[in-house]
Design a protein around this ligand. Sequence first.
Ligand code: URA
Length: 284
Amino acid sequence: MTSDQATTVRELLTFYLEAGVDCALGDEPIDRLSTPDLTPPDRPAAAEAGTAPVAARQPPRQTATAAPRAGIAPPPDIAIESAREAARTAPSLDALRALLESFEGCALKFTASRLVFADGNPQARLMFVGEAPGRDEDIEGLPFVGRSGQLLNRMIGAIGLKRSDVYIANVIPWRPPGNRTPTPQETQICLPFIRRQIELVNPDVLVTLGNPSTQTLLQTREGIMRTRGKWFDYDTGMRTIRAMATFHPAYLLRSPSYKRMAWLDLRAVARALEDKTPEQSAST
Ligand code: URA
């Protein structure tokens, strides 16, 4: 590589970093500026005449730089309908996870490394829901394992619980590329799955972390400064769960002065859990 080429590559990588790209999607680079080889492949006579079985026909010739075949998500209204249908049929959390693993309705799946379904105790009385996985979560396949996850662990510890005592999930189970904000369509496509997940976990208290999950799940347009610390009713369709919004740990890392308010919210959550013992919750 000449020093001019090295400079160009460095400038390109700097541009990518500034644009928010922080991981590679494939092992091999793709030269999207090269001219694709569109020469039709040599076909056996039977395939030419249309008599060969589909599987025996040759695929179009791929150049060394052709993009890998990514899945193509259907239009959002079709995807939302099929998400609703699929989520409704999941009888258990394992079945729901399996459905999500095979669901191809959300384009985020094709850029994420893996599904980030949940962590913690599926029988928990307390469930936290965040927005979407970030880079660390995408690598590990678990929600809230990065810096904000470490703060969430401390928040959970502050009310005398461990991470393994609670259940943690996100509205969106795949990392948006470069941590961009999920689109409203992506959120609507994923919503039936997180709603079913909440229904199956059936916690006594639901805590939404930050604005996006609060507005999506608690159906409010108010910002987190107004919604936090207040009780909402979350209707699973089977029963009503007490729900509270609080600040997202990532926001608290940027604005630590709000930790005091988050602490008040968590104290209220702890009191609500004390009010309702497991025996009481089993009988409701
Ligand atoms: N932020 C979220 O909303 N969810 C995660 O899992 C990690 C960071």
